[in-house]
Design a protein around this ligand. Structure first.
Ligand SMILES: Cc1ncc(COP(=O)(O)O)c(C=O)c1O
Ligand SMILES: *[C@@H]1O[C@H](CO)[C@@H](O)[C@H](O)[C@H]1NC(C)=O
Ligand SMILES: *[C@@H]1O[C@H](CO)[C@@H](O)[C@H](O)[C@H]1NC(C)=O
Length: 385
């Protein structure tokens, strides 16, 4: 009797362990899967790729957004700020925790990414910008802890222009007897910019689409994203097309389509205050930067996008997807949709970049977007009747 009981107990025990062991194993591997990172910088990159159901169903293509707005600093600029800082560190030009200063001339997302990483690493971010930069952006930079230097709006040929002011600021400190080191980040000309998109953004997309890609679409501010990604994709397959999405008023569209661009250096110097006449911020330019030039041989096509189209797309994506996107992302979405409707084959995979969120565009782009009624006809949104 006792023997039988004993045997039963052993059987029970064995059964239990057999049942529990996989559970423990599952728990362990679940624990392994929980993401833990030791630094804010570790959270940069590996952004999601989101299938845009409404655009895909209406066009018959597979349209995806690379969600760069999911970076901790809210845009793709986190990648380049980190790459530039690490490059300076590798060259021994700046040291963490010593109060060394990183200068940049920017009124956009790059300043925010630098401000964030400078706090995380023990640097000072010194951001030069035109004195008519919106209060939204000034506040954001201030709250991220950047030093802000406002300069009067000027052309790129003017030594007081904000990019030149940043360059001069860094040089003045470097040539002084100060113990503090200073560098000029120079996102427009710096090779770290396109290289980080070549080595991270593009390979991530390539894996996320399971190596099936027909069109890659984005705008050009510095040109870094377009250059790095286009170069990578062309190496993967010459049939992958890279398309520039360009806002109204920018000269880059003509440059890609016809190989010509106004001699803008003079134009910029003489007239309009803004480089490009559009509500869209962060993309469009009337000069060729080093980063754009790097990518130029790999760009196949360009789409010009009107503000009105981008504004309607902003509403469309909000209504259908719950997305609240920034202006450049909406320009990219219009270009992607128009390519899908006019040039792509059914079933083609199209990826565009969602650069930043609508929260950075509340007082300008989105204020105007709210003036438009939601248009459910996608062909009308992108002017493809
Ligand atoms: C919001 C936004 N979208 C797009 C871009 C363009 O990216 P890139 O500088 O890589 O051309 C920028 C930066 O210039 C930006 O700030
Ligand atoms: C951050 O955490 C994820 C998930 O644990 C890991 O895959 C990734 O390599 C980490 N990044 C860094 C830079 O440590
Ligand atoms: C910017 O600076 C210029 C020159 O100092 C000045 O005339 C102008 O009023 C300033 N603009 C703003 C918006 O502060």
């Amino acid at each position: 009797m006792n023997n039988i009981k004993h045997t039963l107990n052993i059987v029970l025990l064995l059964t239990l362990s057999a049942a529990i062991y996989p559970a423990i194993k599952a728990f362990r591997s679940h624990e392994k899967k929980i993401k833990r990172n030791g630094s804010l910088a570790d959270l940069i990159g590996n952004t999601p790729l989101l299938r845009i159901k409404s655009l895909s169903e209406a066009t018959g293509c597979e349209i995806y957004a690379k969600m760069e707005l999911c970076n901790p600093g809210g845009s793709a600029k986190d990648r380049i700020a980190l790459a530039i800082i690490e490059d300076f560190e590798k060259k021994g030009m700046i040291r963490r925790g010593k109060g060394d200063i990183i200068f940049e001339g920017t009124s956009g997302s790059t300043g925010i990414s630098f401000a964030m990483l400078c706090k995380a690493f023990g640097y000072t971010a010194h951001i030069c910008l035109p004195n008519d930069t919106s209060q939204d952006k000034l506040n954001l930079l201030k709250m991220y802890g950047a030093e802000i230097e406002k300069v009067k709006p000027a052309s790129i040929v003017d030594p007081d222009q904000y990019v030149n002011a940043a360059k001069k600021g860094a040089k003045d400190i470097a040539s002084s007897s100060s113990d503090i080191n200073a560098v000029f980040a120079d996102q427009f000309e710096n090779d770290c910019n396109w290289k980080i998109h070549y080595s991270t953004t593009a390979p991530e997309i390539w894996e996320q689409v399971n190596h099936k890609l027909d069109y890659f679409i984005t705008g050009s501010g510095t040109g870094g994203t377009l250059a790095g990604c286009s170069m990578f994709f062309k190496e993967k397959s010459s049939s992958i097309k890279s398309v520039l999405a360009d806002p109204q008023g920018s000269g880059l569209f003509n440059r890609v389509k016809f190989g010509i661009m106004y001699d803008q250096v003079e134009r910029e110097g003489t007239r309009r205050r803004h480089q490009v006449d559009t509500l869209v911020e962060g993309i469009g330019l009337n000069r060729i930067t080093h980063n754009f030039a790097k990518g130029e041989p790999f760009i196949d096509d360009a789409e010009r996008v009107l503000d009105e189209e981008a504004l309607k797309m902003a509403r469309y994506l909000n209504e259908n997807e719950g997305l609240f996107l920034g202006s450049s992302s909406c320009v990219n979405a219009v270009a992607a949709t128009r390519i899908a409707l006019t040039k792509a084959n059914k079933g083609d995979t199209i990826v565009f970049v969602a650069c930043d969120s609508g929260t950075r565009h509340v007082s300008k782009f989105w204020k105007h977007a709210l003036d438009y009624d939601y248009t459910s006809d996608l062909r009308e949104v992108v002017n493809c009747k």
